[in-house]
Ligand binder design. Sequence first.
Ligand code: PLP
Length: 231
Amino acid sequence: MTLAARLSAIDERIADAARRAGRDPDEITRIVVTKFHPAQLVRDLHALGVRDVGENRQQEMTAKRAELQQSEGSGYDDLRWHFIGQAQTNKAGAIRRASDAVHSVDRIRLADALHRAADDDRVLDVLVQVNLTQDAGRGGTTLADSEALAEHVLGLGSLRLRGVMAVAPLDEEPAAAFARLRDVSDGIRRIAPEATWISAGMTGDFVEAIDAGATHLRIGSAITGPRPDRG
Ligand SMILES: *Cc1c(COP(=O)(O)O)cnc(C)c1O
């Protein structure tokens, strides 16, 4: 299958799942995760109409953005780059410069660092990442701390709280995990009505995520094919 065929097959499955869940497919943003793939893949996706891409490593994202900016005829300014990886506090400035949205804000220190790194008037879209596993080593704040983190972000003028993000645990039905994320989202929207994004759902579980109300899907391999080795 070609890239175009894989993309349209996934988009059809997204639209079907949305309609089955009684939702409008247009309210769902499909982010194509391009991590580990060369910048050329982003060009090819852009030519197919993709405008939202996801990366999980700052250096790789910064390098790809720079490469596209230098492209002949450029025209990639309408791409939105979503940072979805674990973020080191000391990379906050570089992450901020390379991202249109940061999905992985999981601690107060990181939110503060992203805020302090602001060097112009741009307001950065951020999501609170919630850890749905029992393993504290995985990215994300605990369910119990998520509202306090959201409240903290609301106090930082250079950040705009957009919603919540999570990855489903490997050892649990995704529907049950996404239901917990939905509860966190409901709670946060009571203090921040505009924080409506729910970033959830990957290649293996985007249908369950759509059922649970996801607004932003992060889909990699089903569209891009297998990822090359990290090297
Ligand atoms: C890699 C990655 C994805 C995409 O995973 P696929 O299974 O290839 O669709 C989504 N979210 C995060 C946080 C990732 O790191």
